[in-house]
Ligand binder design. Structure first.
Ligand SMILES: O=C1O[C@H](COP(=O)(O)O)[C@@H](O)[C@H](O)[C@H]1O
Length: 260
């Protein structure tokens, strides 16, 4: 059955402005979760896009203003490399954010990219089960999941035409990505869409075409895994720069109904 998602397109003039918006949205969501439930559980992505946001979050006003002691930080996906590798999503976050803010190390839950990917993903699933105190087949509900999108339409480490697109039962799993000749560790899309708040951060001209195809083109989940992200709460936020938004029906921002 087709579902309608209310999509909010928030378009900023450049990448620096997107980073500021993303940091403000992160902070507001964390504070709201802490007020409601006493803690905030956030899953962040890697790649290049969130780097500027990490730098913004590591400075004032966020440095003093965020309830860092109540934040529990997880990852959406990880590359199969040690944390010291420049490709490590955790490593990048550590350098730009974690080393600069008073977030307790015991509340930072990284994916162990240095291990065998199957073992690492099983350990991550167990860690999520334990920290969320899940029972049976319960799905974890993150307060915020931040996503990026590759210029091939992938999100998290759900790449086009990979087996991970069909993974419904796991919380985290190892996905083989033949086009990159590598494995990745990733949350499954049913876990991502169960979050209370899901946001995509997307910028740059390399993403213009693919973003328009994801939001306005025919449904093709195998080719465009980002189309899997239709949150259970029926709403989805895109923080974009003008380059990425250029081929959308409302390139300056607004709302749209995404039916599929
Ligand atoms: O490989 C990845 O790519 C996406 C997008 O990355 P970007 O460099 O284009 O921002 C990212 O969201 C994902 O977490 C990452 O592992």
């Amino acid at each position: 059955m087709a579902r309608t998602t209310l999509v909010t397109l928030d378009v900023s003039p450049d990448a620096a402005a997107v980073a500021k918006k993303a940091a403000e949205h992160f902070a507001a969501t964390v504070k709201q979760a802490v007020a409601a439930r006493g803690m905030a559980r956030v899953a962040i992505s890697g790649g290049s896009t969130p780097k500027r946001m990490f730098a913004v979050l590591s400075q004032e006003p966020f440095l003093s203003d965020l309830p860092w002691d109540k934040l529990h930080l997880y990852w959406v996906d990880e590359r199969c490399v040690p944390p010291s590798d420049p490709e490590s999503n955790y490593g990048v976050t550590k350098e730009l954010l974690l080393d600069k803010v008073p977030l307790p190390a015991s509340q930072v839950y990284r994916m162990e990219g240095e291990l065998d990917p199957h073992e690492a993903s099983s350990r991550y699933e167990a860690l999520i089960r334990n920290t969320f105190k899940l029972e049976g087949a319960e799905t974890p509900v993150f307060d915020l999941v931040q996503l990026g999108m590759g210029d091939d339409g992938h999100t998290a480490s759900l790449f086009p035409h990979t087996e991970g697109i069909d993974e419904l039962g796991r919380i985290a799993f190892a996905n083989h990505v033949p086009q990159k000749n590598t494995w990745r560790i990733t949350l499954s899309w049913p876990v991502i869409i169960a979050a209370r708040e899901v946001v995509f951060l997307i910028e740059g001209a390399a993403k213009t075409e693919v973003l328009a195809r994801v939001l306005t083109g025919p449904k093709d989940l195998e080719t465009l895994p980002s189309q899997l992200i239709r949150p259970a709460n029926g709403k989805l936020l895109f923080l974009l720069d003008t380059a990425a938004a250029a081929k959308l029906p409302s390139p300056h921002g607004g709302t749209m109904e995404w039916v599929g």
